[in-house]
Write a protein that binds this ligand. Structure first.
Ligand SMILES: [Zn+2]
Length: 234
């Protein structure tokens, strides 16, 4: 059982590290692409007022992607920087923004504008995915406070670790799809509960507690993934 648990932890962290590396590379590429901060419309030279202005208010030409800071993920969709994101509203706004900048809409425009539309498009997709996925959103919100989660960050809560180990074991021992579906349901309730606790801790500026909840969420989501994989095998 202990060996399985170790394997489970290793897999868990490998996955987290891979996700983070991917995020860092993408962030670097975005930062590099947007290093030329533009405050003026490249076409009509009108002043751009908004922090994130995709289209010029005067001539309606697509703009250069500004040097984006983390907060701008929320600005991009005009929503409050809040850990309890209204997902329905986020999706509605994402679709609206994406429909305006989709590269298909720029097929008759200049090469430069086509390239800007695809830059905006990938930024908007990435921002949406980050804000929509609880763990990525949590990491992102903590990163706004200069807090990152590394492989070294483990939970020093023996009771929780024991609980995780037992859950993992229950999933391993489950023999029917129905049993697994019940376990999945329980896990998803628990993840939602930890996510709410994360949001409350973050809102009350208790970032150490928020970080702890996020790490717990990752542990639980690892078991959720294992459970889903096992369900698919039936
Ligand atoms: Zn303009």
């Amino acid at each position: 059982m202990i060996r399985n648990f170790e394997r489970f932890l290793t897999c868990n962290f490998r996955q987290i590290t891979a996700q983070r590396r991917n995020l860092n590379v993408q962030n670097f590429m975005i930062a590099r692409s947007y290093c030329q901060l533009s405050k003026m419309c490249w076409n009509c030279h009108a002043t751009l007022h908004e922090n994130v202005e995709i289209f010029c208010n005067s001539c309606n030409h697509i703009q250069r992607v500004p040097k984006i800071s983390f907060e701008d993920y929320f600005d991009l969709f005009g929503i409050q920087k809040d850990p309890k994101v209204n997902l329905k509203e986020l999706t509605k706004r994402f679709r609206n923004v994406q429909s305006q900048i989709h590269p298909d809409k720029f097929s008759t425009k200049s090469e430069a504008e086509q390239s800007l539309s695809s830059e905006w498009s990938s930024l908007v997709n990435k921002a949406y995915k980050t804000l929509q996925t609880p763990v990525l959103r949590g990491e992102y919100l903590l990163s706004l406070k200069g807090i990152t989660i590394s492989e070294k960050n483990t939970i020093e809560d023996p009771e929780f670790l024991m609980e995780v180990m037992e859950k993992n074991e229950t999933v391993e021992e489950a023999e029917t799809k129905d049993d697994l579906l019940v376990l999945l349901d329980e896990l998803q309730d628990e993840i939602a509960d930890v996510n709410n606790k994360f949001a409350s801790a973050y809102q009350s500026k208790n970032y150490a507690a928020a970080k702890n909840y996020l790490i717990k969420m990752k542990y639980l989501m690892s078991i959720e993934n294992i459970t889903k994989e096992k369900i698919q095998r039936f």
